[in-house]
Design a protein. Sequence first.
Length: 520
Amino acid sequence: MIIPFAPKMNAPRVVIVGRPNVGKSTLFNRLFGRRRALVHDVSGVTRDRLEEQVEWWVLGERYILNIIDTGGLGGDRFAEEIKFQVDTALARADVVVALFDGQAGYTPADQEVIQKMVRSGLKKGEIKLIAAVNKVDDSVHEDFVNEFYATGIADIIGISAEHNRGVETLQEKIIEALTAAGKISPESSEMAEDRVPRVAIIGRPNVGKSTFVNAVMGEIRMITSPVAGTTVDSIDSLCAINGKAVVLIDTAGIRRKSKTEQGVEVLSVVQSRKAIERANVAILMLNSEEGTSDQDEKIAGLIEETGCSVILVMNKWDTTRGKKDFSKDKAVEQIRHDFGFLRYAPVMFVSAKEGTGFKDLGDLIYDILEQRKLKISTREFTEWVRAEAEIHNPYNVKFYMCHQVSRHPPTFVCHVSNPDKVHFSLHRHLMNAIREKWGFMGTPIRMLFQEGKSRKGPKQNKFPTTSTGRKNPNYVGKEGFTEQGSSSAMEYIVDPDLESGMSDDYELISEENGSHDGEE
């Protein structure tokens, strides 16, 4: 899913801090508008800082700002890394929301949080500080707030992030503070046409995904560790690569089911799958030291299945490039052999540790997405398919209308005399020829074959209609082929942009002589 507004590189930042398990991630999800941070009863689930740009409507005005969720200030083996992330977030904050657990009361750990912020340079008057007492689920719990005036913070409100109680008031206070400081002003109410692509960083644990993001971002953005599975959230980072704006999504490593524990790691796998589904491009990270594995192939299959565009990135190239009888050409050949269904995916060789190999990444991402947007007219595609079918057509299948029905991913439907007689070699020939002519680099394409018949005379409706004469939105195709060539009953959805264009150039092709049956 693409954020529906043009991102602001200088948007004000609101940082949420607090001890572990006071509800920071729940509040982050509430302010963001959907589930982004993992929420779990285990203390300290959030280890990295999550940053997401959001669009708020407050008192009838539209605002854009960044919300940052930080790891809990408490004791575990990542305590020092979490403190570093909190320090980094506070250093760049415009407003800080100190979150407390109203049901637990004002604890010594909460006092340590306040002291930590003071030591970080957060003094009165420099940055606006708002205290939010969480878990005030109803009016009976409102007295919980009084205890927290001992913090010395002037602005204190009671909220329930889980039940959305008091959150709107918190938003108003945040906007009020930013406005008073001259850090924010209302945006235009018109939605921007330009959209920034989301790029998901996918791979099994410990292949260097977070190190890769850090190298691209130019800062220590994620907690990196030799321990596999350090990252448990899907983390979005707005950045520019070679001058190209992108949102990088760093996901937890996808583990084998047998090695995935219940709880947090299960949630991480779900987050990773969702990250692929909402991404425009997936970067599949591979370990050049170890080569490809069965798990890599399964992850690659998951990406292909969703229809997401993909780039294959061989990481840790610095440790393998000097090996005897080992070259990029041989590595690519092996990848093409192992991932035969991703032969369309470009391959890059990088060293996230050394920060090398990223020079053309931004341009490559945008080139892939530009090719993905291509719309082919029905007339052009029909004539082209009929010509290509004459080159290789073992069972002499007749092709009638052929058209593009979607761009997400690019999907084509060919109406033929008998779908069962479309030989796999003809299907493969057409798929390869489509890429040779139109590209679609890095993007899976689908080609479906459905039974049709030649029709002469006036133009006909392309789809069955309802009693009112409108196109039936529930039209389902009969027989089809996936890109791998397996026949199955498939449903396809018509892209509205393509559907509107089809009516302009739709013409039937005569079975006998290939002439157009409509007027020019």
